[in-house]
Design a protein around this ligand. Sequence first.
Ligand code: DON
Length: 301
Amino acid sequence: MSAALRELHDSLLSEEGGTLATYIPELARVDPALFGLALATLDGRVHAAGDADVPFTLQSISKPFVYARALADLGLEAVLSRVGAEPSGEAFNAISLEPGTGRPSNPMVNAGAILTTSLVSGDGPAARFERIRDTLSAFAGRRLELDEAVLASELETGDRNRALAYLMRNAGALRCEVDEALDVYFRQCALLATAEDVAVMAATLANGGVNPRTKEAVVPGPVAEHVLALMASCGMYDGAGEWLLRVGLPAKSGVSGGIVAVSPGQFGIGLFSPRLDVRGNSVRGVAASRVLAERFQLHLM
Ligand code: DON
């Protein structure tokens, strides 16, 4: 398996298309040539190739795992009443809100993720963030650190997310202060993980919420299933339909160039390469996913 990953890695090194995200200026300072792949099996083994041990900020990859925390804390019905489960067909930062109620269309777009973060139990933003960090760390099987420079960069430039939060607050959908919700959301996006970590996080979802390395039950099995359903329908934003057609796996991308993908009952995949396509998905990450899905017949349908 490791040899197959190395071969895939080498075969995609010549793919130099795509551009770095620049709207969070600190992300534009990353080495664009980085490329790491990792695959974590349910017996606890991790296979890796290339820069799979280089940390990057999780960004939107944090969203399904925070959604898992909120579902485990509140239950599906309570969460659904606040955040929808419909693919928006729109970009990650679109104003995907239900007319009138301001309820965001799903937890994978920024608006829905900001609202989901506000639902996590915790006495104030600091406690809520620590609970989120603990959860994501349990998914990864090690404590995840925060990239302070990326956090500061997003705090400086995150006005579009603030605008989304104000719209939701105005409609009565967001029930805490805008800055309180965003402080926690920006922090979760700035948590650092490697492709290997992401593969283990994915394998935990593939394994019904039990981390295959630490054996910790991070979330209940039905929660893991619900998260996978949302990743399948909404994880790749306005590219979700074509992704499901070509790759056929629940997945989530992030603007730092990471992709998490899950083969339920089989293994977790973590990919990292910072150059993005027009939809904000890693060019090499998408290409590698297509090859992996075809080669190992992972397509669920
Ligand atoms: O909120 C933002 O815009 C970023 N922190 C995360 C967005 C993101 O990763 C979109 N994914 N492709």
